[in-house]
Design a protein around this ligand. Structure first.
Ligand SMILES: NC(=O)c1ccc[n+]([C@@H]2O[C@H](COP(=O)([O-])OP(=O)(O)OC[C@H]3O[C@@H](n4cnc5c(N)ncnc54)[C@H](O)[C@@H]3O)[C@@H](O)[C@H]2O)c1
Length: 445
């Protein structure tokens, strides 16, 4: 039997979900939660709401819903806050994003209209195609962080929240690499005072969240919280962090398919992926500097799953190309094509074609919900720093230094569920299963 890790504090009172960016993903998430609360829709795509977890042996017949197994905040206890560079409230922003039908939005219009974004920390040098007026001014980046910290505290009091979480669902920033100023808390704080260029606005939010004791999840591929200084700070302050980049659409498909091909020892010569996308995210990603951040996050997936170094005969030198093209008529309804050149017995080539007519924000919204609830759970369970068990939700999961990320979605799901079992002191499930055949063995297979 594994030991109970720690007592999990109950999910009493309200949980404030602070959203950075009130665009397509955030408004689809908030409107969705409001619609689900009113029984207008079902929480499809959300593991916390619909998923179950097996406990004990296959013969035990203990399969509760995840939300009945671990104490999660209920949807009725969620309160939303947001920052955006545009002044539009969530109703106008949702109409503008064009993801959900007007009819649905009108049924939850009161809740959406009352969600008015706070002034953003923003600099157009980091998001080339955007500019807005709802932006904070300050002496330097530390001053902006302090303004955010004060706002976070005011939000908590004004909304009578017991706890808060923050999710970055704002535009993808330009590509940044970790540098000297990201290496320690001291260097990072000095850089905030010095207005250093290597500190992107997303890092100012992440710093403010951690300092305020608020778990931070990064839904975009920006570097943000994936630097030594913020990792160290999150451990010091006892705050959970995770990222990067919600795993939806094409990358979701990749991490479902690639493990399957590899499990049968089928080879790969090339995987060509292209997308057309017409929402604001697509417009931002049309800029090469912003696209580079996304490309890095999308490209690493196959290398890690297929392990060409371990299986050179199957995967050495495969070609992997990812393109995103901004095409306004499609709006949020992205179309992603994949051409996969695989190799079978005796080297015979085969092809797989995928045409995924997906809806980006419909796939991302339940991820925001799950991350908010699980990050809050993590904090109540006394977990801090990187939450690798939430890799399931990300294209480029954040891991401890020197540790390669697990991209295989099935391994990620096992890891997530075993972490929940571990939190509650339940037997981990190994899938070995000898106990059903050999008497006296007690593992859970
Ligand atoms: N939808 C998906 O499937 C998906 C998947 C993975 C990642 N993402 C990422 O999630 C993010 C949100 O996607 P979206 O479709 O909602 O985009 P969006 O353009 O509709 O919304 C982003 C919002 O962020 C605001 N913003 C930009 N910089 C800001 C800042 N510094 N502070 C506050 N607000 C800021 C913008 O004004 C905009 O309203 C993007 O970075 C996107 O790449 C989305």
């Amino acid at each position: 039997m594994v030991e109970r890790r720690a007592d999990i504090a109950p999910a009493t009172g309200k949980l404030g979900v602070l959203l950075v960016g009130l665009g397509a993903v955030s408004t689809t998430f908030v409107a969705g939660v409001e619609a689900i609360k009113r029984d207008i829709s079902k929480p499809i795509g959300s593991l916390t709401q619909m998923g179950t977890i097996r406990l004990g042996k296959r013969t035990d017949n203990r399969v509760p819903l995840i939300r009945d197994f671990v104490p999660l905040a209920g949807l009725d206890d969620l309160v939303f806050g947001a920052w955006d560079i545009f002044e539009d409230n969530a109703y106008d922003a949702a109409m503008n994003a064009g993801v959900l039908e007007k009819d649905l939005l009108n049924q939850v219009s009161e809740q959406l209209s009352s969600l008015q974004p706070m002034k953003a920390v923003f600099d157009p040098r980091y998001v080339k195609r955007l500019d807005g007026k709802n932006v904070k001014t300050g002496k330097n980046k530390m001053d902006l962080a302090e303004q955010l910290i004060a706002e976070i505290s005011k939000f908590k009091t004004d909304n009578d929240c017991d706890r808060l979480v923050m999710v970055w669902a704002a535009s993808t920033e330009i590509y940044l690499e970790s540098s000297e100023i990201h290496n320690s808390i001291e260097a990072f704080e000095k850089a905030l005072y010095d207005d250093a260029e290597d500190i992107a606005p997303s890092m100012v939010y992440a710093y403010a969240a951690i300092k305020a004791g608020v778990p931070f999840a990064n839904g975009a591929p920006n570097l943000t919280v994936d630097v030594p200084a913020l990792r160290e700070l999150s451990e010091k302050e006892g705050v959970p962090i995770c990222g990067k980049d919600f795993k939806t659409g094409q990358t979701l498909m990749k991490t479902i398919l690639a493990p399957g091909l590899k499990s049968r020892m089928l080879g790969l010569k090339g995987w060509y992926s292209t997308n057309i996308l017409g929402n604001r995210d697509g417009e931002v990603l049309d800029d090469p500097e912003n696209f580079k951040t996304k490309e890095e996050s999308k490209l690493s997936v196959l290398e890690h799953i297929l392990q060409p170094d371990v299986y050179p005969d199957l995967y050495k030198g495969f070609s992997h190309v990812v393109r995103i093209n901004y095409y306004p008529p499609r709006g949020d309804n992205k179309e992603g094509w994949d051409n996969i050149d695989i190799v079978g017995w005796l080297g015979y080539p085969m092809q797989i074609k995928i045409d995924f007519l997906c809806r980006d924000s419909i796939l991302a919204a339940p991820l925001v919900l799950d991350l908010a609830l699980f990050m809050d759970l993590a904090q109540r369970a006394g977990l801090k720093g990187i939450q690798e068990w939430l890799s399931f939700y990300f294209k480029a999961p954040q891991t401890a230094p020197g540790l390669y990320p697990e991209h295989d979605i099935f391994i990620q799901l096992k890891k997530l569920k075993n972490t929940l079992r571990y939190m509650k002191g339940e037997e981990l499930i190994t899938h070995l299963g000898v106990e059903y055949y050999d008497e006296g063995d007690s593992a859970s297979g």
